[in-house]
Each structure stands twice: as structure tokens, then as C-alpha cells.
Design a protein around this ligand. Structure first.
Ligand code: ADP
Ligand code: AMP
Length: 239
């Protein structure tokens, strides 16, 4: 059930099967501009902490590939680097984090992306009596972001992320993990990336203040080696 009205974005029914957990559950948000390294770190976090990785961008891209109605609607916004409307986005996240595999925790990557989405998420979680554990805010200078996104290459088969210069594969165009073929995202061109960065500054960056007021933000310097960034993230979790 993806198409929902703004007034009823988070379905009450989807909360019912959710079992409340103890304090050990990790409910993480990865925040940061396009190209900050969220997807790269998400793969490492999943590996280490075994929590589901929920990327709204990945969900939209999967729907585009499969030619679904959601994919068709999302594509026109994604091609411009604009945000997909909240009506198409919030419901699908609510459905996803209500699933069984999210009972022990989850990691959101690319959601929320504006104050409205954050408020909806807070409402949804508080109705279940659960809280976010940490918001990992990965900071990278604006000047580095375009080069990072434009040089990004992703494996068609396993989704692993590489960079033609900063994190190259052993064989050009071939995934190191599964030997799948690499591709470049349609929205990883200079013009669209610039738009996406501006959208981040205008709409998403205010979430750093929003979550700072809740005392759960860990700001991480993303302009370090991939492993060093991951070490800093692990230290911020304290486990
Ligand atoms: P995001 O999910 O935040 O958009 P990605 O994780 O896809 O960002 O990273 C964007 C690009 O930058 C990828 O090509 C990735 O290989 C590269 N990258 C990620 N982290 C680093 C880093 N610490 N240093 C250099 N390049 C990085
Ligand atoms: P990402 O994969 O996170 O870089 O997202 C790629 C694109 O998907 C964005 O530029 C948006 O068009 C769209 N998108 C992803 N997540 C959201 C979201 N939470 N809200 C609105 N649009 C989103």
C-alpha cells in the first residue's frame, strides 16, 4: 500500500504486528548529502550489526527497474534531482519498518529527507513506543561531493558501491565482490547531482538541528578513508 494521503501516511494497522524490543535494538538514521558515503557505510554497518538496510533511493530504483506505478511516478522527480513527494515515500517506509526483520532494529538511508518526513517517522515510532537510537550525520565538504557522485559505480548484481578513482575495482567495470557488471546511476551526472546537493541543503540539512534537539546526533567526518569513517561510526555507537 504505497499511495496514501498525507493525512494518513502511517497506517495504524501496520503497527499491530510489531513487537516492542528492549534497549539493545539499533534504530539508526544515516544522514548526509549525496555522495557523503551513506551507502558505503551502510554496507559495513549491515555486515557488523546485522540490521536491515532500508534505502528509499534503492526502493525507488527497484520500482523503476520493475516498471511499477510507483517507479513511474518516482522517476520524473529523481531525474531532476528533486524529492519524490511525501505521499509516495512515507507509507512505504512505514510498511517496510513494520516488517518482521526490523523488530531487532533497522537502518534508514535516505529517509527522512525533510522535516515533514521526520515528524511522521517520530509519530509512527512513538505510537509503537519505540525510539531512534542514533542519527549518524556524515559531513563532507560540498566541493568533494560532485566528484564522488559522478565517479560512483554500482554493481548491477549485488549493489556494492565503488568509485572510479577513490575506491576502484581491481578490474575496470567488474564488481570485486561478485564479478557483476558495474553501472552508473542515471542521476549521477553533474547537473542532477548539483540539484540534489541544493535540495539537501534546503530540505534535509535542517534535520541535523531537529535531531540534535533529541540529543541523538553523532557527527562524523566523512572526508577520511572509508575504514576510518566506519571506525568513527562504530565508536559513536559505543558497541
Ligand atoms: P551516498 O550513499 O551518501 O550518496 P556513497 O556511499 O554511494 O554515498 O558514496 C559516494 C561515492 O563516494 C561512491 O563512489 C563511494 O565509493 C565513494 N566514497 C564513499 N566513501 C568514501 C570515502 N570515505 N572516501 C572517498 N570516497 C568515498
Ligand atoms: P539516494 O539513493 O538516497 O541518493 O536518492 C536518490 C533519489 O531518490 C533522490 O534524489 C530523490 O529523488 C529520491 N528519494 C530517495 N529518498 C527519498 C525520500 N526520503 N524522500 C523523497 N525522495 C527521495
Amino acid at each position: 500500500m504505497y499511495l496514501v494521503t498525507k493525512a494518513y501516511l502511517f497506517k495504524k494497522d501496520s503497527c499491530k504486528s510489531y513487537v516492542l524490543n528492549g534497549d539493545e535494538s539499533m534504530r539508526i538514521i544515516l544522514l548526509g548529502p549525496p555522495g557523503a558515503g551513506k551507502g558505503t557505510q551502510a554496507a559495513k554497518i549491515v555486515d557488523e550489526y546485522k540490521i536491515p538496510h532500508i534505502s528509499t533511493g534503492d526502493i525507488f530504483r527497484k520500482n523503476i527497474k520493475e516498471g511499477t506505478e510507483l517507479g513511474k511516478q518516482a522517476q520524473e522527480y529523481m531525474n531532476k534531482g528533486a524529492l519524490v513527494p511525501d505521499e509516495l515515500t512515507c507509507g512505504l517506509v512505514a510498511d517496510r519498518i513494520s516488517q518482521e526483520d526490523c523488530k531487532e532494529g533497522f537502518m534508514l538511508d535516505g529517509f527522512p529527507r525533510n522535516i515533514f518526513q521526520a515528524e511522521m517517522l517520530d509519530k509512527f515510532l512513538s505510537e509503537k513506543g519505540i525510539e531512534l537510537t542514533k542519527v549518524v550525520n556524515i559531513e563532507v565538504e560540498k566541493e568533494l561531493l560532485v566528484a564522488r557522485a559522478v565517479g560512483r559505480r554500482i554493481c548491477k548484481s549485488c549493489g556494492a558501491t565503488f568509485h572510479i578513482e577513490y575506491n576502484p575495482t581491481k578490474t575496470e567495470g567488474i564488481c570485486d565482490v561478485c564479478e557483476g557488471e558495474l553501472y552508473q546511476r542515471a542521476d549521477d551526472n553533474e547537473e542532477t547531482v548539483s540539484n540534489r546537493i541544493q535540495v539537501y541543503i534546503d530540505e534535509t540539512k535542517p534535520l541535523v538541528d531537529y535531531y540534535s534537539k533529541q540529543g541523538i546526533v553523532a557527527t562524523i567526518n566523512g572526508d577520511q578513508s572509508i575504514d576510518k569513517v566506519f571506525d568513527d561510526i562504530k565508536n559513536s555507537f559505543g558497541k
